[in-house]
Ligand binder design. Structure first.
Ligand code: FDA
Length: 497
C-alpha cells in the first residue's frame, strides 16, 4: 500500500474529530487524525502539563507575545502580560467585531473548557437542529454522548456545605429570591476528585483555579475519554503540530490534503501531502469555516455551495459581574468548575451560569456567563487583499444578548439593592460583549451539507463539528456537537464505506 494514501483523514481533534476517528477505527478503517496544536502529554519545567489560570505563561496562549485574558482587568487594572511566543493551548482569535476563544491541541476545546455538559431541553431542540429527528437524538445519541464523555452531576448535599461553592450558593439564593429557577448544571469534572480536593487529600486542580489553560487532574477532557479509546484501536495515527492548509480532488480519486508541520514557535518546518479517500472537517466552527471558504474562493473546491461560511453565531455569549452586599461574601476559595445556572430561557431568552472568579481573595462579586437567544448571524468571506478569511460580526450585535441577560440581573440587582461591577472588562465597562467561547455554524447541516454532514458538491468530504450547528444551542454546546457527530458518523460508516 502507498504510505501516503489513507482511507480517512480527520482535520482537528476536538469533539467532532474524536468521535469520527474513534467510530471509523472501530469499524476497521485506518485514520490519520491531524491536529495543529500540541499533544499536551509532557510536563513543563514546573512538573505540570498545564499552566494555572492565575499565572499564565507561554503554554497558555496560541502564538501570542502577550496574554489576551477574557477578563482583561481586575479592580480596574489591566492584568495582561508579555509571554514568549509558543504553540500554547488557548487561541484568542481576533476578528473585526469579536474575539473567538478556542482550544488548541489534541483534544481541542475539551482541554480548555469548563466541562459543562448540558443536554438542551427537548422543547428547544427543534430550534437548534430543525432537520434532525429529536426522538433519535434523545433516545440514542444524547445518551451515547453523555456516556462517552463521562458526564456527571454535583452531589446536591455536598454542594450545600462545600466551601468552594459558596459563590454558587450565593448565586442560587439571589436567583431564587428574585423568582428565577436555579438548576444544577452537569459537568465532565470527576466529582469524587472534586470532593477530595475540598478535603485536601489530593493535589488541587479546580480548587487551585485551573481551567482556561488546562486542568492537570480532575477534568475528564477528551484526553481521558475518547482519545485513550482511539489509541487502543491501533488504527489511528495522530499528527500533532500539523496544520491542514489545502484539500483538493486528487487525480486518481480521493483528495490531496496539504499540511504544514509547525515547531513550538509556530514556524513551518515541513510541508507534507497525503491522499485520503475521505476527509472529515472537524477543525471547529471557525477552523472548518475558514478552510472551506478559502478552498471554495481560491478554486481548490469550487463546487462547494454558497451556504459555506454562512449562519455563524456566538451562542449568545455575554458576561457580567455584580457587586454583592458586604453580608454576601462569595468566598476566597472558588471551584473553577461552575455547577449551576439560572434558567430564564423561555421567559427572557437567557440561561446564565453562575461562574467563579477564582482570584484567591474575597471579591464580593458574583460573576455570570450567559447564553442568550441572540438572533444575529454572521458570515465568513475570503479577503483576496489580505489572503485571509474575515468574519463580519459587529460588536453592536451583542445588544440583544445584553438585553436578555438584563432580564435576570436587573431584577436581581433591584431585589438585592446591588449594582453591576464595572472593573472586569476595562474601566467602567459592565458587559463582557467582546468575545465568545461557543462559536457555532459556518457549514450548517442541511444547507452547506446534507442532513448527515456530507458537504454539497463533493463525494467523500464531510463536516462533523460545531460548524454544522446554526449559531445557537440554548445551552453550552459540546454535548450537542458530540451527539450530532455520533449520529452522523454512524450513518456515514453504514452507507459510504
Ligand atoms: P474544537 O474547537 O473542539 O476542535 C477543533 C480542533 O481542530 C482544535 O484542536 C484545533 O486546534 C484544530 N484545528 C483547527 N484548524 C485546524 C487546521 N487547519 N489543521 C489542523 N487542525 C486544526 N462548551 C461546553 O459545552 N461547556 C463548557 O463548559 C464550555 N466552556 C468553554 C470554555 C472555553 C474557555 C472555551 C474556549 C470553550 C468552551 N466551550 C464549552 C466550547 C467547547 O469547547 C466547543 O464548543 C467545542 O470544543 C467545539 O468542538 P468542535 O469539535 O467543534 O471543535
Amino acid at each position: 500500500a502507498d504510505a501516503a494514501r489513507v482511507p480517512a483523514l480527520v482535520i482537528g481533534s476536538g469533539y467532532g474529530g474524536s468521535v469520527a476517528a474513534l467510530r471509523l477505527a472501530q469499524a476497521g478503517i485506518d485514520v490519520q487524525l491531524v491536529e495543529m496544536g500540541m499533544a499536551w502529554d509532557t510536563p513543563g519545567s514546573d512538573g505540570k502539563i498545564f499552566a494555572n489560570t492565575t499565572s499564565p505563561d507561554q503554554r497558555s496562549f496560541w502564538l501570542r507575545t502577550r496574554t489576551k485574558q477574557p477578563l482583561s482587568n481586575f479592580l480596574g487594572f489591566p492584568i495582561d502580560k508579555d509571554i514568549p511566543k509558543y504553540t500554547g493551548i488557548l487561541d484568542a482569535e481576533e476578528f473585526g467585531g469579536i474575539i473567538v476563544y478556542q482550544g488548541r491541541g489534541v483534544g481541542g476545546g475539551s482541554l480548555v473548557n469548563g466541562g459543562m455538559a448540558v443536554t438542551p431541553r427537548r422543547e428547544n431542540f427543534g430550534a437548534i437542529l430543525p432537520t434532525v429527528n429529536a426522538d433519535e437524538m434523545y433516545g440514542t445519541y444524547y445518551p451515547r454522548a453523555n456516556a462517552g464523555l463521562g458526564v456527571g452531576l454535583v452531589d446536591p448535599g455536598w454542594f450545600d456545605t462545600a466551601e468552594c461553592y459558596q459563590y454558587a450558593r450565593v448565586g442560587r439564593k439571589q436567583a431564587q429570591r428574585s423568582g428565577f429557577p436555579f438548576v444544577f448544571v452537569p459537568d465532565v469534572y470527576d466529582w469524587n476528585y472534586m470532593q477530595q480536593e475540598q478535603a485536601n487529600t489530593v493535589p488541587r486542580s479546580a480548587l487551585a483555579g485551573e481551567i482556561l489553560y488546562g486542568n492537570n487532574y480532575g477534568k475528564k477532557s477528551l484526553q481521558k475519554t475518547y482519545l485513550p479509546l482511539i489509541k487502543a484501536t491501533g488504527r489511528v495515527t495522530i499528527s500533532p503540530l500539523h496544520r491542514v492548509t489545502s484539500v483538493t480532488p486528487a487525480s486518481g480519486g480521493g483528495y490531496t490534503v496539504v499540511m504544514e508541520q509547525l515547531n513550538t514557535t509556530g514556524a513551518v518546518t515541513a510541508t507534507k501531502s497525503v491522499t485520503a479517500d475521505k476527509v472529515f472537517f472537524a477543525a471547529g466552527s471557525v477552523g472548518t469555516s475558514k478552510l472551506l471558504v478559502k478552498l471554495k474562493a481560491t478554486g481548490a473546491l469550487p463546487n462547494l455551495n454558497g451556504e459555506v461560511g454562512k449562519n455563524w453565531g456566538d451562542n449568545g455569549n455575554v458576561m457580567v459581574g455584580r457587586a454583592n452586599q458586604i453580608w454576601d461574601p462569595t468566598g476566597s476559595l472558588q471551584s473553577s468548575i461552575p455547577c449551576g445556572g439560572i434558567d430564564n430561557w423561555a421567559a427572557g431568552g437567557a440561561f446564565a451560569e453562575v461562574a467563579p472568579l477564582p482570584t484567591g481573595i474575597e471579591t464580593w462579586a458574583s460573576f455570570y456567563l450567559s447564553i442568550t437567544k441572540n438572533p444575529n448571524r454572521a458570515q465568513f468571506s475570503w479577503n483576496p487583499a489580505t489572503q485571509n478569511v474575515d468574519l463580519n460580526w459587529q460588536t453592536a450585535w451583542k445588544q440583544p444578548s445584553i438585553d436578555m441577560a438584563k432580564s435576570i440581573f436587573d431584577k436581581i440587582n433591584a431585589k438585592e439593592g446591588t449594582i453591576y461591577r464595572t472593573d472586569l472588562f476595562g474601566v467602567y465597562k459592565i458587559w463582557g460583549d467582546h468575545l465568545t467561547y461557543h462559536p457555532l455554524g459556518g457549514a450548517v447541516l442541511g444547507k452547506a451539507t446534507d442532513n448527515y454532514g456530507r458537504l454539497a458538491g463533493y463525494q467523500g468530504l464531510y463536516a462533523i463539528d460545531g460548524s454544522l450547528i446554526p449559531g445557537n444551542t440554548s445551552v453550552n454546546p459540546f454535548v450537542t456537537i458530540t451527539a450530532l457527530a455520533e449520529r452522523n458518523i454512524e450513518k456515514i460508516i453504514a452507507t459510504d464505506f
